[in-house]
Design a protein around this ligand. Structure first.
Ligand code: G6P
Length: 364
């Protein structure tokens, strides 16, 4: 569809692609529905999932960050151990493999050389492989045993947004699908499509609050050279993605940290006015993150809190609509994408084509 690759009235592809995310998630929902209330995934792949004693997720960049969220989803939902690896690391420093591994490659483009390097090596070893990609017919899709498409439509901006959330939605469906035989979904009482559509609505609510994220940039990021993102558990993975997004398009040095790890080194960097963004979406660790925030505020940090309805406190800047705790990444990443966008805009950066970066890296 030609209209997919036109900016229309948007000043940047990135903003257009951020806005498209709720529609993309709804598209994933409709594409993966089998019409009988089940998930449309190749039964052979389902069997591979159930038989695997360990899953290895391989990816680069933002897709790797989706892989970290995928690890959490598959372990929590399907109870299968998962390791997520950076492709270029795994290629030369391979972990010890389990007896029945399944490899999942995540790649927006399906062309990334580092990920393909691992795929080729794993195929030679004869292990089953699946690629989660946005591009049908791409190299990683053709070379893996199975493909799961993300249906995000062409992603033009170098900084990945809608491909990332679509990858997470597909990983959630893959995890839920694999427990169907075990009857475990009864245990959770979750209808994944219903929960994903609640998340899509929550994403839309956040997308409609752009001025709030612009305000955060004014308040925290106009004059800073650096910014910290903190969280625990799955919020830590979102902190990593938020930091990557901010650095790649605004060139502000940004790092994501696990809240509990701050005191083991990083807190030395906090001084008067250091900006930090804290994520709190998981109820079982919210007190811990709040106390990490206190620690850095006491040393002068300027902290923007992103919390979720039900766990918010007075003074929290951004409160996300409540969604299922496993799906919070789909919503919590939206303000981070928008904060990066407005920070880059404020600084006059080339948002869609940041310096030194390529959309698809086909060399090692
Ligand atoms: C490049 C892009 C990143 C992307 C990474 C992996 O570095 O700039 O945005 O996350 O490649 O790309 P892939 O197509 O494999 O997801």
């Amino acid at each position: 569809d030609a209209s997919d690759i036109e900016k229309g009235l948007y000043p940047h592809y990135m903003l257009k692609e951020i806005d498209e995310q709720p529609v993309v998630i709804r598209k994933v929902i409709s594409k993966y529905q089998d019409g009988q209330g089940g998930i449309l995934i190749d039964p052979q792949l389902r069997e591979r999932m159930t038989m695997a004693d360990r899953i290895y997720i391989i990816a680069c960049g933002t897709s790797y960050h989706a892989g970290l969220v995928g690890k959490q989803l598959i372990e929590k939902i399907a109870n299968i151990p998962v390791e997520a690896h950076i492709a270029s690391e795994f290629l030369y420093n391979r972990s010890i493999l389990s007896a029945n591994p399944l490899f999942i490659f995540i790649s927006q483009s399906g062309e990334t050389a580092d990920s393909r390097g691992v795929l080729v090596a794993i195929k030679q070893m004869g292990y089953p492989t699946v690629t989660i990609t946005n591009v049908p017919g791409s190299t990683l899709s053709r070379e893996a045993d199975y493909t799961l498409l993300t249906y995000a439509g062409p992603e033009i901006a170098v900084a990945s947004t809608k491909a990332y959330t679509a990858q997470i939605a597909v990983l959630a469906l893959l995890a839920f699908d694999s427990i169907r035989e075990k009857g475990m979904e009864q245990l959770y009482g979750i209808n994944p499509f219903h929960e994903l559509s609640i998340a899509a609505n929550a994403m839309e609510i956040m997308i409609n609050k752009k001025e709030m994220m612009e305000e955060v940039v004014w308040q925290y990021l106009t004059s800073s050279r650096n910014c910290f993102f903190i969280g625990r558990g799955v919020d830590y993975y979102i902190a990593l993605e938020g930091a990557l997004k901010l650095k790649e398009i605004s060139y502000i040095q940004a790092e994501g940290f696990a809240g509990g790890e701050l005191k083991h080194g990083t807190i030395a960097l906090v001084e008067e006015g250091t900006p930090a963004i804290a994520l709190i979406t998981q109820s079982h660790i919210r007190a811990n993150v709040r106390s990490n925030v206190q620690e850095i505020m006491a040393r002068g940090a300027n902290v923007c809190m992103i919390t979720m309805e039900g766990s918010e406190e007075r003074g929290d800047q951004i409160v996300l609509p409540a969604v299922h705790e496993l799906l919070t990444p789909l919503v919590s990443v939206i303000p981070l994408q928008l904060i990066s966008y407005y920070a880059a805009k404020y600084r006059g950066c080339d948002i869609d084509k940041p310096r030194n970066l390529a959309k698809s890296v086909t060399v090692e």
